[in-house]
Design a protein around this ligand. Sequence first.
Ligand SMILES: Cc1cc2nc3c(=O)[nH]c(=O)nc-3n(C[C@H](O)[C@H](O)[C@H](O)COP(=O)(O)O)c2cc1C
Length: 197
Amino acid sequence: MKVFGVSGSPRIGGTDFAVRHALHLLEEKGCETAYFSVKLKKIEFCLHCDYCTRKKEGCVHKDALAEFYDGLIWADGIVIGTPCYQGTLSGQTKTLLDRCRAILARDPRVLDGKVGMGIAVGGDRNGGQEVALRSLHDFYIIAGVIPVAGGAFGANLGATLWSRDQGGEGVNRDEDGLRSLRKTVKRFHERLERITG
Ligand SMILES: Cc1cc2nc3c(=O)[nH]c(=O)nc-3n(C[C@H](O)[C@H](O)[C@H](O)COP(=O)(O)O)c2cc1C
């Protein structure tokens, strides 16, 4: 079971910590993992130039996202973590999702049937984590990825973490948030086992 973890935070903070923690838990369950962070990467916005839909050869931009595309295609499961900015995804995370138009235009089935989960990290306890998770799930649905959450009683839409604006240290102290992460990872792994047989 191959899992690709993605952090949409521009720094080594709570999102990086949470995604790496999820990957660590999945490695303990026998998964092979790879990690991609937007930190210090030069990533272009989608220009809506329609190069991808006309040519069906990927994106017109040849930038740091080649590694991101490769990771998504390689994986059986995808873990996307985002900080909450203005009550939703970070702009960096949104740009990653927009830029997936390029690989989906080349092959609309490229991500079909993979499993996806989300992690959202806010400086406030209720700072838009669920809105961010819903946006990740919407992306998964559009891309043909099966969205997985941790279930009722603690992780309804996925992993919701509260950093108190203290990065990884804050997330590491958020026991309720870490529980939501563990519950989501558990369900994600169960679903991965089912799809990989
Ligand atoms: C531009 C910006 C907007 C933010 N907006 C929110 C917000 O709407 N809700 C929230 O809970 N935290 C907000 N924060 C705080 C971050 O979500 C919080 O510090 C989080 O830990 C950042 O993730 P990171 O530690 O992975 O960098 C914002 C931070 C920035 C830089």
